[in-house]
Design a binder for this molecule. Structure first.
Ligand SMILES: [Zn+2]
Ligand SMILES: [Zn+2]
Length: 207
């Protein structure tokens, strides 16, 4: 069970308690259990998350792997799957969310759809919040091992924090991280300039 203090800390940081945040909390709890006792949770080399939901706030607060220290990487394909690369264990592991059968799924999807489309009315907002709260309670009751499936994987290469090298884009004259710059016809471009140039090419071809 996530200790109440940890839960309060992540909810305070995130701004509210929501299902994705609780999933993130449960994930961290499971990771902490799975790491050898000698390994501090904040010593994890990297976590690769396959989503960009509220769960990431729980990870950053509970494990100290953040976007800023580059120990949290996002490969957003919209799944609650995570690759954990610890420092001292020989194998990294992957955690995948098991299929969850929530109650009132149909109503939840209908109301969420209206929320996204901005057509939701006050009564429905209240109902949606009730459903969200039910999911939070349901998830809090689940042991982490019933929420996530663990698979061992071969140790992935270390992902050290790389020094930032900046290059200057020849088109907009702004500095761009070397890892994000593109060398095109022997000149350095940032991605947005390259996209604009390509859009221009496309337009020219159409005429
Ligand atoms: Zn949230
Ligand atoms: Zn540019």
């Amino acid at each position: 069970m996530i200790v109440n203090m940890a839960l309060k800390r992540i909810a305070d940081f995130h701004g509210h308690l929501c299902p994705d945040l609780v999933l993130g909390g449960k994930l961290c709890e499971y990771i902490q259990q799975r790491l050898p006792p000698t390994e501090p949770a904040n010593g994890i080399t990297a976590i690769i998350a396959e989503n960009s939901t509220s769960a990431l706030d729980a990870i950053q607060i509970m494990l100290g792997t953040t976007l800023g220290n580059q120990r949290l990487k996002i490969m957003d394909i919209g799944k609650h799957n995570y690759t954990i690369i610890p420092k001292s264990v020989a194998t990294s592991f992957r955690m995948r969310l098991t299929v969850q059968d929530y109650e009132n799924e149909e109503t939840y999807q209908r109301l969420s759809g209206k929320m996204l489309a901005n057509t939701i009315v006050m009564d429905e907002v209240v109902n949606l919040q009730i459903l969200l709260d039910e999911r939070v309670k349901y998830l809090l009751r689940q042991p982490p091992e019933s929420l996530f499936r663990i698979e061992s994987i071969e140790k992935e290469p270390q992902i050290p924090e790389v020094p930032s090298i900046y290059l200057t884009c020849c088109r907009c004259n702004e500095q761009v991280l070397g890892s994000h710059a593109v060398n095109y016809q022997d000149k350095i471009y940032c991605i947005s300039c390259l996209q604009q140039m390509n859009a221009g090419c496309l337009r020219d071809h159409l005429h």
